[in-house]
Design a protein around this ligand. Structure first.
Ligand SMILES: Nc1nc2c(ncn2[C@@H]2O[C@H](COP(=O)(O)OP(=O)(O)OP(=O)(O)O)[C@@H](O)[C@H]2O)c(=O)[nH]1
Ligand SMILES: [Mg+2]
Length: 235
């Protein structure tokens, strides 16, 4: 079975896409401990079963909002095989912020470039191949309301799942000064091999430098906490 998480900004077409992919094979529950709806569905493609989890709509992935934390924790803790990032093609700039956060999390991302009909209708020009090569992930134009592009999306999901361990990981750079600091923190965190196996050390380092409470809580349990704390500047 291939586990697939759907994520995207609010109102981009997540529900339409989820329903199209899963048909009636879905059930609705809650995320553990909170009353945020959790929808899980299944679909078959080329003899593989895809289990599809609909994550809450979100612009960002901070520890400050429950929806964002649910989405982020699911991706870092449960490690779905593929994360489908549904992007509103008519609002590319705003939507790609979440895409970059997902890449920083080292998720196995496939971008569904949705509302493709509106993109064409409004005469917006998007170089899909260029976007895909800049992001280092597949980008598939879709129209969730008609189902256009869904076969290609499933194919991209299957291929991404199969190539999970061989994928290219792009690094979003923060400039020389910050990069030196990120590297210092990253190297100390990476000494804790258990932690580094579980979470991307560079991501932990960036979050620690942002004083992200959830990440700091995890780092505090590390035998290297004193050393880690020593390289994180105060707020
Ligand atoms: N033209 C067009 N409309 C779409 C497309 N996908 C979704 N929509 C419409 O966009 C609106 C939002 O779609 P939803 O599926 O509810 O979006 P969502 O991401 O689940 O929204 P929230 O759950 O509120 O965050 C609906 O009116 C859909 O019919 C698309 O590809 N093209
Ligand atoms: Mg929805």
């Amino acid at each position: 079975m291939i586990t697939v998480a759907l994520i995207g900004n609010p109102n981009v077409g997540k529900t339409e896409l989820f329903n199209r992919l899963t048909g009636l094979k879905q059930h609705v529950g809650n995320w553990p401990g909170v009353t945020v709806e959790k929808k899980v569905g299944k679909c078959q493609y080329k003899g593989e079963e895809l289990e599809i989890v609909d994550l809450p709509g979100t612009y960002s992935l901070t520890a400050r909002a429950m929806d964002e934390l649910i989405a982020r924790n699911y991706i870092v803790e449960d490690k779905p095989d593929v994360v489908v990032d549904i992007v509103d093609g008519t609002n590319l700039e705003r939507n790609l912020y979440l895409t970059l956060l997902l890449l920083e999390l080292e998720a196995n991302v496939v971008v569904a470039l949705n509302q493709w009909d509106m993109v064409n209708e409004r005469g917006i020009e998007i170089d899909v191949d260029k976007l895909s090569s800049l992001l280092g992930v597949p980008v598939v134009p879709t129209v969730a309301t008609t189902g256009e592009g869904l076969e290609a999306l499933k194919e991209a999901i299957l291929t991404a799942a199969r190539n999970k361990d061989r994928r290219r990981k792009i690094v979003i750079g923060y400039g020389d000064d910050l990069e030196a600091l990120i590297k210092r923190v990253r190297d100390v965190i990476a000494k804790d091999t258990g932690l580094a196996r579980k979470y991307p050390p560079r991501w932990l380092a960036i979050k620690a430098l942002e004083h992200d409470e959830e990440v700091l809580k995890r780092l505090q349990d590390s035998p290297y906490w004193d050393e880690i704390r020593g390289v994180i500047p105060n707020k």
